[in-house]
Write a protein that binds this ligand. Structure first.
Ligand code: UDP
Length: 349
């Protein structure tokens, strides 16, 4: 069986690494990776390929920048050209980026089955580009690989029931793989002169936060107050950095650093007091490390983290109590379940 995988952005490299590892444990499967180029900096892309030993992409489309439609259009053409030239049995897409949408569209038009990892998530906020991407991708997918029961419910509400499977969260697999390596090898705490349990971590890059300067300034004020005299580490995404530079935003109490690799990130998360983020991935990673999270948004797709007491929205009062484990994220075998489903799907074609 030949799988073609589409990746383009940081969280996709991390998820794809977990599934590529599961694929390499099986015989009879060949994987070809297409990197769209959406994230291209060394610290947003290369570091994940080298640290997580992801197979080198067969193609790099080098497409980034520009408006959403233009970027997605160029990706659509690039991916279609490759899929026309190279036979593939199934196209594997991840999450909710423009690369996800372009991959789904290209394959569906060529009648190539599409498998969507992280299917069914919804914020119910169509102003988010991610929401538009994931809704369309789900409706074009043949295999919908859901991390949560809520995701299955969301799909059912949109009339999608065929090919839907609960597999757990591949990011849990990724964390379980990285944590022990990170704790052994990462020197980031020493490098940044941090004591375990005496700092927090923040990331912020969603367009809804960075494109509205008043909102961004309110968030920065909130974070400054929350830091409460202790270091708050802020690995700053290139998009956010550009806005900070343009508007000369210089937070006094936040420690801005360049984006870090996944192992350093796991090490930082493991002994943080709190995680502040608008990232989907980090909300769950905070839970995987059993660190409370404050989500810098007005809603979240990962409602279980809120319902189980690990997460709260920044404008709401407090966490639910008591904190409970979230079994539906799985036991670290989501990637193997996904590979089983891909094999079964292709055998039935
Ligand atoms: N991440 C990282 N280094 C950083 C910031 C984030 O390795 O400096 C990881 C983080 O641990 C998570 C993923 O990147 O696994 C989240 O990516 P991002 O926030 O870009 O995307 P989202 O989760 O919002 O889709």
């Amino acid at each position: 069986m030949k799988i073609t995988t589409i990746v383009g952005a940081r969280p996709q490299f991390i998820k794809a690494a977990a599934i590529s590892r599961a694929i390499s444990r099986r015989s009879g499967i060949e994987e070809a990776i297409i990197h769209t180029g959406q994230h291209f900096d060394a610290n947003m892309s290369d570091v994940f390929f080298s640290e997580l030993k992801i197979p080198q992409p067969l193609h790099n489309l080098d497409i980034h920048g520009g408006a959403h439609g233009a970027m997605t259009g160029r990706m659509l053409k690039g991916i279609e050209d490759i899929l026309i030239d190279e036979q593939t049995d199934i196209l594997l897409i991840y999450g909710d980026t423009n690369s996800t949408l372009a991959g789904a569209l290209a394959a569906a038009k060529l009648h190539i089955p599409v498998a969507h990892v992280e299917a069914g998530l919804r914020s119910f906020n169509r102003a988010m580009p991610e929401e538009v991407n994931r809704v369309v991708a789900d409706h074009l997918s043949d295999l919908l690989l859901c991390p949560t029961f809520e995701a299955i419910k969301n799909l059912k509400n949109e009339g999608i029931t065929a090919g839907v499977h609960h597999v757990g969260d591949v990011m849990n697999d990724a964390t379980l793989f990285a944590r022990s390596i990170a704790l052994k090898n990462s020197k980031i705490l020493e490098r940044l002169n941090l004591s375990p349990g005496k700092y927090s971590v923040c990331t912020l890059h969603r367009a809804e936060n960075t494109d509205d300067i008043d909102r961004l300034l309110r968030l920065v004020d909130f974070l400054e107050i929350e830091s409460d005299g202790r270091p708050m580490l802020f690995p700053i995404h290139p998009r956010t950095k550009a806005v900070f530079v343009e508007h000369n935003i210089q937070p006094k109490h936040l420690q801005l650093i360049d984006p870090v690799g996944y192992l350093d990130m796991n090490c930082l998360l493991a002994s943080a007091t709190t995680v502040y983020t608008d990232s989907g991935g980090l909300q769950k990673e905070a839970y995987f490390h059993r660190v409370p999270c404050v989500t810098l948004r007005e809603e979240t797709e990962w409602v279980e983290t809120i319902n189980h007491g690990w997460n709260r929205l920044w404008q709401t009062d407090n966490y639910c109590t008591p904190r409970r484990d979230i079994p539906e994220y799985g036991d670290g075998s989501a990637s193997d379940m996904i590979v089983d489903l891909l094999l079964a799907h292709s055998a039935n074609l």
